[in-house]
Design a protein around this ligand. Structure first.
Ligand code: A3P
Length: 289
Protein backbone atom coordinates (compact mmCIF):
# COMPACT_ATOMS: atom_id res chain seq x y z
CA UNK A 1 0.00 0.00 0.00
CA UNK A 2 2.90 2.33 0.78
CA UNK A 3 4.17 1.86 -2.77
CA UNK A 4 0.72 2.63 -4.04
CA UNK A 5 0.68 5.91 -2.13
CA UNK A 6 4.02 6.77 -3.69
CA UNK A 7 2.56 6.08 -7.10
CA UNK A 8 -0.44 8.31 -6.40
CA UNK A 9 1.88 11.08 -5.24
CA UNK A 10 3.94 10.68 -8.41
CA UNK A 11 0.78 10.81 -10.53
CA UNK A 12 -0.18 14.06 -8.82
CA UNK A 13 3.21 15.68 -9.27
CA UNK A 14 4.45 14.25 -12.57
CA UNK A 15 1.47 13.64 -14.82
CA UNK A 16 1.17 16.07 -17.70
CA UNK A 17 -2.34 16.15 -19.05
CA UNK A 18 -3.22 16.98 -22.63
CA UNK A 19 -6.39 18.89 -23.25
CA UNK A 20 -7.67 16.06 -25.48
CA UNK A 21 -7.13 13.37 -22.84
CA UNK A 22 -10.19 11.44 -21.71
CA UNK A 23 -10.01 10.61 -18.03
CA UNK A 24 -12.41 7.98 -16.69
CA UNK A 25 -13.06 8.31 -12.98
CA UNK A 26 -14.76 5.95 -10.56
CA UNK A 27 -14.87 4.73 -7.01
CA UNK A 28 -13.63 1.11 -6.91
CA UNK A 29 -16.23 -1.55 -7.74
CA UNK A 30 -18.71 0.81 -9.36
CA UNK A 31 -18.25 -0.70 -12.84
CA UNK A 32 -14.87 0.71 -13.85
CA UNK A 33 -14.05 -2.31 -16.01
CA UNK A 34 -17.30 -1.89 -17.93
CA UNK A 35 -16.74 1.83 -18.44
CA UNK A 36 -13.21 1.16 -19.71
CA UNK A 37 -14.46 -1.44 -22.20
CA UNK A 38 -17.33 0.76 -23.38
CA UNK A 39 -15.15 3.82 -23.95
CA UNK A 40 -12.43 1.79 -25.64
CA UNK A 41 -14.97 0.21 -27.98
CA UNK A 42 -16.75 3.48 -28.73
CA UNK A 43 -13.49 5.11 -29.72
CA UNK A 44 -11.93 2.17 -31.54
CA UNK A 45 -14.66 -0.04 -32.91
CA UNK A 46 -14.28 0.99 -36.54
CA UNK A 47 -10.48 0.73 -36.60
CA UNK A 48 -10.03 -2.06 -34.07
CA UNK A 49 -10.80 -5.08 -36.18
CA UNK A 50 -8.33 -7.16 -34.18
CA UNK A 51 -10.33 -6.42 -30.97
CA UNK A 52 -7.61 -5.97 -28.38
CA UNK A 53 -9.98 -6.79 -25.52
CA UNK A 54 -9.74 -10.45 -26.54
CA UNK A 55 -6.05 -10.31 -25.59
CA UNK A 56 -5.99 -7.86 -22.70
CA UNK A 57 -8.15 -7.07 -19.70
CA UNK A 58 -9.72 -3.56 -20.00
CA UNK A 59 -7.49 -2.42 -17.08
CA UNK A 60 -4.44 -3.20 -19.21
CA UNK A 61 -5.86 -1.22 -22.11
CA UNK A 62 -6.94 1.83 -20.11
CA UNK A 63 -4.24 2.53 -17.50
CA UNK A 64 -5.25 3.54 -13.98
CA UNK A 65 -2.87 6.39 -13.27
CA UNK A 66 -3.02 5.96 -9.47
CA UNK A 67 -1.03 2.74 -9.77
CA UNK A 68 0.71 3.29 -13.10
CA UNK A 69 3.60 5.10 -11.48
CA UNK A 70 4.43 1.88 -9.60
CA UNK A 71 5.63 0.53 -12.92
CA UNK A 72 8.92 1.86 -14.15
CA UNK A 73 7.56 1.83 -17.69
CA UNK A 74 4.98 4.52 -16.93
CA UNK A 75 6.02 6.58 -19.94
CA UNK A 76 5.41 3.55 -22.15
CA UNK A 77 2.03 3.04 -20.61
CA UNK A 78 1.06 6.63 -21.31
CA UNK A 79 2.39 6.40 -24.84
CA UNK A 80 0.60 3.13 -25.46
CA UNK A 81 -2.75 4.48 -24.34
CA UNK A 82 -2.63 7.02 -27.16
CA UNK A 83 -1.66 4.53 -29.82
CA UNK A 84 -5.05 3.82 -31.25
CA UNK A 85 -6.84 7.12 -31.09
CA UNK A 86 -5.68 10.69 -31.02
CA UNK A 87 -6.97 11.05 -27.46
CA UNK A 88 -5.44 9.11 -24.60
CA UNK A 89 -7.95 7.05 -22.66
CA UNK A 90 -6.90 7.00 -19.00
CA UNK A 91 -8.46 6.22 -15.63
CA UNK A 92 -8.22 7.18 -11.97
CA UNK A 93 -9.94 6.21 -8.71
CA UNK A 94 -8.80 9.43 -7.03
CA UNK A 95 -11.52 11.78 -5.79
CA UNK A 96 -11.98 15.02 -7.70
CA UNK A 97 -10.45 17.04 -4.86
CA UNK A 98 -7.22 15.01 -5.14
CA UNK A 99 -6.79 15.19 -8.92
CA UNK A 100 -3.64 16.99 -9.98
CA UNK A 101 -4.28 20.70 -10.34
CA UNK A 102 -3.05 20.43 -13.93
CA UNK A 103 -5.83 17.96 -14.77
CA UNK A 104 -8.53 20.11 -13.22
CA UNK A 105 -7.36 23.08 -15.26
CA UNK A 106 -6.60 21.24 -18.48
CA UNK A 107 -10.11 21.18 -19.92
CA UNK A 108 -9.74 17.46 -20.67
CA UNK A 109 -12.92 15.42 -20.60
CA UNK A 110 -13.84 13.48 -17.46
CA UNK A 111 -16.35 10.64 -17.37
CA UNK A 112 -17.50 9.52 -13.93
CA UNK A 113 -19.36 6.28 -13.25
CA UNK A 114 -21.30 6.04 -9.98
CA UNK A 115 -23.12 3.11 -8.41
CA UNK A 116 -25.56 2.41 -5.61
CA UNK A 117 -23.59 2.44 -2.32
CA UNK A 118 -24.91 -0.90 -1.04
CA UNK A 119 -24.03 -2.71 -4.28
CA UNK A 120 -20.63 -0.99 -4.33
CA UNK A 121 -19.91 -2.10 -0.77
CA UNK A 122 -20.96 -5.70 -1.42
CA UNK A 123 -18.95 -5.85 -4.64
CA UNK A 124 -15.93 -4.48 -2.78
CA UNK A 125 -16.38 -6.98 0.03
CA UNK A 126 -16.34 -9.89 -2.44
CA UNK A 127 -13.33 -8.44 -4.28
CA UNK A 128 -11.17 -7.91 -1.20
CA UNK A 129 -12.16 -11.30 0.18
CA UNK A 130 -10.72 -12.78 -3.01
CA UNK A 131 -7.50 -10.80 -3.16
CA UNK A 132 -6.66 -10.59 0.56
CA UNK A 133 -7.56 -14.02 1.87
CA UNK A 134 -4.36 -16.00 1.90
CA UNK A 135 -5.92 -19.45 2.22
CA UNK A 136 -8.68 -20.31 -0.25
CA UNK A 137 -10.82 -21.76 2.54
CA UNK A 138 -10.18 -19.08 5.19
CA UNK A 139 -13.28 -17.30 6.41
CA UNK A 140 -14.34 -14.03 4.76
CA UNK A 141 -13.83 -10.64 6.36
CA UNK A 142 -16.90 -10.13 8.59
CA UNK A 143 -19.55 -8.24 6.63
CA UNK A 144 -20.44 -6.26 9.82
CA UNK A 145 -16.93 -4.82 9.83
CA UNK A 146 -17.09 -4.07 6.12
CA UNK A 147 -20.29 -2.08 6.71
CA UNK A 148 -18.66 -0.26 9.62
CA UNK A 149 -15.62 0.68 7.49
CA UNK A 150 -17.80 1.79 4.60
CA UNK A 151 -19.96 4.00 6.83
CA UNK A 152 -16.98 5.52 8.60
CA UNK A 153 -15.33 6.20 5.24
CA UNK A 154 -12.20 4.23 6.10
CA UNK A 155 -11.97 2.19 2.92
CA UNK A 156 -9.66 2.28 -0.08
CA UNK A 157 -10.19 5.58 -1.95
CA UNK A 158 -12.85 6.51 0.62
CA UNK A 159 -14.90 8.11 1.88
CA UNK A 160 -17.41 6.96 -0.73
CA UNK A 161 -19.91 9.83 -0.48
CA UNK A 162 -17.47 12.70 -0.69
CA UNK A 163 -15.91 10.95 -3.68
CA UNK A 164 -19.13 10.69 -5.67
CA UNK A 165 -20.44 14.12 -4.67
CA UNK A 166 -17.18 15.74 -5.80
CA UNK A 167 -17.64 14.49 -9.35
CA UNK A 168 -21.39 15.08 -9.31
CA UNK A 169 -20.95 18.74 -8.40
CA UNK A 170 -18.26 19.22 -11.00
CA UNK A 171 -20.48 17.66 -13.67
CA UNK A 172 -23.18 20.19 -12.80
CA UNK A 173 -20.74 23.09 -13.04
CA UNK A 174 -19.04 21.91 -16.25
CA UNK A 175 -21.47 19.62 -18.12
CA UNK A 176 -19.50 19.90 -21.37
CA UNK A 177 -16.35 18.62 -19.71
CA UNK A 178 -17.59 16.27 -16.99
CA UNK A 179 -20.11 13.51 -17.72
CA UNK A 180 -21.74 11.73 -14.80
CA UNK A 181 -23.16 8.25 -15.43
CA UNK A 182 -24.78 5.68 -13.17
CA UNK A 183 -24.23 1.91 -13.33
CA UNK A 184 -27.95 1.28 -12.81
CA UNK A 185 -28.92 3.53 -15.73
CA UNK A 186 -26.41 1.75 -17.95
CA UNK A 187 -28.04 -1.55 -17.00
CA UNK A 188 -31.58 -0.19 -17.45
CA UNK A 189 -31.11 1.72 -20.68
CA UNK A 190 -27.82 0.64 -22.21
CA UNK A 191 -28.38 1.91 -25.75
CA UNK A 192 -29.36 5.44 -24.74
CA UNK A 193 -26.54 5.63 -22.23
CA UNK A 194 -23.99 4.47 -24.79
CA UNK A 195 -25.23 7.05 -27.29
CA UNK A 196 -24.93 9.73 -24.62
CA UNK A 197 -21.41 8.59 -23.74
CA UNK A 198 -20.35 8.39 -27.38
CA UNK A 199 -21.70 11.82 -28.13
CA UNK A 200 -19.87 13.25 -25.11
CA UNK A 201 -16.66 11.64 -26.39
CA UNK A 202 -17.23 13.32 -29.74
CA UNK A 203 -18.14 10.10 -31.49
CA UNK A 204 -21.84 10.38 -32.22
CA UNK A 205 -23.36 7.40 -33.93
CA UNK A 206 -25.46 8.98 -36.62
CA UNK A 207 -28.65 7.76 -38.22
CA UNK A 208 -28.23 6.66 -41.83
CA UNK A 209 -28.92 9.09 -44.69
CA UNK A 210 -32.36 7.67 -45.39
CA UNK A 211 -33.31 8.58 -41.85
CA UNK A 212 -33.53 5.15 -40.24
CA UNK A 213 -31.51 4.25 -37.22
CA UNK A 214 -30.41 0.79 -38.32
CA UNK A 215 -26.71 1.40 -38.87
CA UNK A 216 -26.49 3.45 -35.74
CA UNK A 217 -28.23 0.71 -33.84
CA UNK A 218 -25.83 -1.93 -35.16
CA UNK A 219 -22.82 0.02 -33.93
CA UNK A 220 -24.35 0.61 -30.51
CA UNK A 221 -25.23 -3.09 -30.26
CA UNK A 222 -21.70 -4.05 -31.20
CA UNK A 223 -20.19 -1.71 -28.61
CA UNK A 224 -22.45 -3.20 -25.95
CA UNK A 225 -21.83 -6.77 -27.02
CA UNK A 226 -18.05 -6.35 -27.09
CA UNK A 227 -18.15 -4.72 -23.64
CA UNK A 228 -20.60 -7.10 -22.03
CA UNK A 229 -19.89 -8.89 -18.79
CA UNK A 230 -20.95 -12.22 -20.28
CA UNK A 231 -18.49 -11.95 -23.13
CA UNK A 232 -15.51 -10.51 -21.24
CA UNK A 233 -15.86 -12.99 -18.39
CA UNK A 234 -15.60 -15.96 -20.75
CA UNK A 235 -12.48 -14.79 -22.57
CA UNK A 236 -9.39 -16.86 -21.88
CA UNK A 237 -7.39 -13.76 -20.87
CA UNK A 238 -9.96 -12.93 -18.20
CA UNK A 239 -10.38 -16.49 -17.00
CA UNK A 240 -6.71 -17.23 -16.48
CA UNK A 241 -4.69 -14.03 -16.96
CA UNK A 242 -3.39 -11.54 -14.39
CA UNK A 243 -3.08 -7.77 -14.66
CA UNK A 244 0.17 -6.42 -16.04
CA UNK A 245 0.97 -3.82 -13.36
CA UNK A 246 -0.26 -5.47 -10.16
CA UNK A 247 -0.61 -9.26 -10.00
CA UNK A 248 -4.39 -9.39 -9.54
CA UNK A 249 -6.19 -12.20 -11.41
CA UNK A 250 -8.31 -10.71 -14.19
CA UNK A 251 -11.21 -12.97 -13.21
CA UNK A 252 -11.69 -10.98 -9.98
CA UNK A 253 -13.07 -8.03 -11.95
CA UNK A 254 -16.05 -9.97 -13.22
CA UNK A 255 -18.70 -11.31 -10.90
CA UNK A 256 -22.48 -10.98 -11.27
CA UNK A 257 -23.09 -7.40 -12.35
CA UNK A 258 -26.56 -7.54 -10.82
CA UNK A 259 -28.37 -4.42 -9.62
CA UNK A 260 -29.58 -5.01 -6.05
CA UNK A 261 -27.22 -7.91 -5.32
CA UNK A 262 -26.63 -6.34 -1.88
CA UNK A 263 -29.79 -8.16 -0.78
CA UNK A 264 -27.87 -11.43 -0.81
CA UNK A 265 -25.37 -10.17 1.81
CA UNK A 266 -26.70 -7.29 3.90
CA UNK A 267 -29.24 -7.64 6.68
CA UNK A 268 -32.24 -5.24 6.66
CA UNK A 269 -30.60 -3.36 9.58
CA UNK A 270 -27.35 -2.90 7.65
CA UNK A 271 -29.26 -1.74 4.60
CA UNK A 272 -31.24 0.73 6.70
CA UNK A 273 -28.09 2.14 8.24
CA UNK A 274 -26.53 2.72 4.81
CA UNK A 275 -29.75 4.17 3.41
CA UNK A 276 -29.91 6.71 6.25
CA UNK A 277 -26.31 7.68 5.71
CA UNK A 278 -26.89 7.99 1.95
CA UNK A 279 -29.87 10.25 2.55
CA UNK A 280 -27.89 12.38 4.97
CA UNK A 281 -24.77 12.65 2.79
CA UNK A 282 -26.63 13.40 -0.43
CA UNK A 283 -29.13 15.84 1.05
CA UNK A 284 -29.27 19.05 -0.95
CA UNK A 285 -27.01 17.77 -3.73
CA UNK A 286 -29.78 16.75 -6.14
CA UNK A 287 -28.07 13.37 -6.52
CA UNK A 288 -29.79 10.07 -5.79
CA UNK A 289 -28.02 6.72 -5.73
P1 A3P B 1 -20.44 -7.15 -8.89
O1 A3P B 1 -19.38 -7.49 -7.89
O2 A3P B 1 -21.65 -6.53 -8.27
O3 A3P B 1 -20.78 -8.28 -9.77
P2 A3P B 1 -15.01 -2.47 -11.05
O4 A3P B 1 -14.91 -2.74 -12.50
O5 A3P B 1 -15.13 -1.01 -10.71
O6 A3P B 1 -13.97 -3.19 -10.28
O7 A3P B 1 -16.44 -3.04 -10.59
C1 A3P B 1 -16.66 -4.42 -10.58
C2 A3P B 1 -18.16 -4.64 -10.68
O8 A3P B 1 -18.57 -4.40 -12.04
C3 A3P B 1 -18.51 -6.07 -10.39
O9 A3P B 1 -19.84 -6.03 -9.85
C4 A3P B 1 -18.47 -6.71 -11.76
O10 A3P B 1 -19.18 -7.91 -11.88
C5 A3P B 1 -19.08 -5.60 -12.60
N1 A3P B 1 -18.64 -5.65 -14.00
C6 A3P B 1 -17.41 -5.93 -14.50
N2 A3P B 1 -17.42 -5.89 -15.84
C7 A3P B 1 -18.67 -5.59 -16.21
C8 A3P B 1 -19.32 -5.44 -17.47
N3 A3P B 1 -18.65 -5.59 -18.61
N4 A3P B 1 -20.64 -5.13 -17.48
C9 A3P B 1 -21.34 -4.96 -16.33
N5 A3P B 1 -20.78 -5.11 -15.10
C10 A3P B 1 -19.47 -5.42 -15.04
Amino acid sequence: MEEYLESMAAFRSEFQPRNDDILLTSFPKTGTTWLMALCHNILNLEEDEEDILTEKNPHDVVPTLDGAYLADQVQNILLHSGRRTTSRLLHTHLPYSCLPEAVRNSGCKLVHLARNPKDTLVSMWHFYNKILRREPMSSPFPIERAVESFCSGVIPWGPFYEHVVGYWEESRKRPDEVLFLKYEELCRDPKDQVRKLASFLGKSFCPTKNGDNDDDDDVVEKVLQRSSLGRLKELEVNKNGVLEIVPIPNAHFFRKGTVGDWKSCLTPQMAKRIDHLTQFKLRGTGLSL
